[in-house]
Design a protein around this ligand. Structure first.
Ligand SMILES: NC(=O)c1ccc[n+]([C@@H]2O[C@H](COP(=O)([O-])OP(=O)(O)OC[C@H]3O[C@@H](n4cnc5c(N)ncnc54)[C@H](OP(=O)(O)O)[C@@H]3O)[C@@H](O)[C@H]2O)c1
Length: 342
């Protein structure tokens, strides 16, 4: 049984981690932390915790967390997690960082998109991007796992078979994505409060969202010797959880529907958390909310050479905390779906 801690346990992804870890058969919760001086009962933030548990979220030093935990989940805002990672490294624990701080391999990209210089560049080479469907073999060995962003998870999983099998042009991909409001975290903002979002719908950060370089980095890695460039437009949906991405790409010369379907079957038939619907059938948010699944459907138009992919995830699970637990399972040698199917 692993001793696990969550740093930043009061946020949306932190609370989701508490729920998953509390029910995980191979986990014991060591520490749940907040910056607040007051202790918080986890049950006030997370409904349905097992009867008889009385987890408390409280201010705790990184030293104590490092000493007492075998796996440490960081659910802190981006740019604030990197110092915690640096401080925890000396304890040689498995660190799973849900923030963006160790996802980008290029520090200039980090500065451009997150507005601050990376303070711990030397650690970047130790970080493994925690997308099991592509980097599982590396995750098995990793001490620092950079858990993917929510939009990148839905876009990359939607496109990965097409890119790896080189079925589409790499410079003409459009990702039109819609997210629920929990994607922006718990803090209040003018743009995300109820009366702004309810019965409304809008694009934001049009082709300027910080997840763009992350998608391009991973998809370019999948393309091996070519660069992939995605035009990404996120939208804010008046729902709490879920991301639905509509992905448009141009087929390479001679590519038929059968090649596309074969590529998805090949890459995903043995994946525990990707469900491929085939052609002409598409997921809605309801199918994936409160699950760790990424559901995918495709439509191929051979006459105009276009493929459209619809992918859906729950941003707090496959897009964050569920994927983090999946990574812990892989790294720890547990069944990959342990604690993730209830
Ligand atoms: N929400 C998603 O769908 C999603 C998906 C993928 C990745 N992520 C990433 O996961 C991380 C956590 O996201 P979240 O949505 O859970 O965020 P959140 O709801 O805003 O929670 C973050 C928590 O971090 C703590 N914290 C510690 N230092 C902080 C600081 N300097 N400023 C603000 N809060 C601080 C806060 O707890 P106290 O106030 O109690 O200390 C807060 O509850 C972020 O890096 C985010 O980008 C989120």
């Amino acid at each position: 049984v692993l001793q696990c801690s969550v740093v930043g346990a009061t946020g949306y992804t932190g609370a989701e981690l508490i729920r998953l870890l509390a029910f995980h058969p191979q986990v014991k919760i060591a520490h749940l932390t907040t910056r607040s001086e007051e202790k918080i009962k986890a049950s006030t933030l997370v409904p349905g915790l097992p009867k008889g548990t009385d987890y408390v979220i409280q201010k705790t030093s990184l030293k104590k967390i490092g000493e007492d935990s075998q796996v440490i989940f960081l659910a802190l805002p981006h740019t604030t997690a990197m110092d915690a990672v640096a401080a925890l490294r000396k304890y040689d624990r498995i660190i799973i960082d849900l923030s963006a701080d160790f996802r980008l391999t290029n520090v200039r990209d980090f500065k451009t998109w997150y507005g601050v210089s990376h303070q711990h560049k030397a650690l970047l080479k130790h970080a493994v991007y925690g997308l099991p469907e592509f980097y599982r073999h590396k995750i098995r060995q990793a001490q620092l796992i950079a858990n993917p962003g929510c939009y990148p998870t839905s876009v990359i999983l939607g496109l990965l078979p097409l890119v790896r099998e080189r079925l589409i042009e790499f410079d003409a991909i459009i990702a039109d994505c819609k997210s629920g409001t929990s994607g922006a975290g718990k803090k209040l903002s003018m743009k995300s409060h109820f009366s702004e979002v309810n019965e409304n719908f809008n694009a934001y950060k049009v082709n300027q969202h910080q997840h763009t370089p992350e998608m391009n980095q991973v998809l370019s890695d999948a393309a091996v010797r070519e660069k992939v460039s995605v035009t990404f437009v996120p939208h804010l949906l008046p729902v709490t959880r879920g991301i639905l991405s509509t992905l448009y790409a141009k087929l390479r010369q001679g590519v038929k529907a059968a090649h596309v379907l074969k590529a998805y079957e090949k890459h995903y038939h043995s994946e525990p958390f990707v469900r491929f619907y085939g052609e002409g059938s598409f997921p809605s948010l309801r199918e994936v909310q409160y699950t760790n699944f990424c559901d995918i459907g495709v439509q191929v138009n051979e006459s105009n050479g276009q493929v459209i992919v619809i992918s859906a995830i729950d941003n707090l699970l496959k897009g964050a905390s569920g994927q983090a637990v999946q990574n812990m399972n892989i790294r720890s040698g547990f069944a990959e779906d342990l604690g993730l199917l209830n």
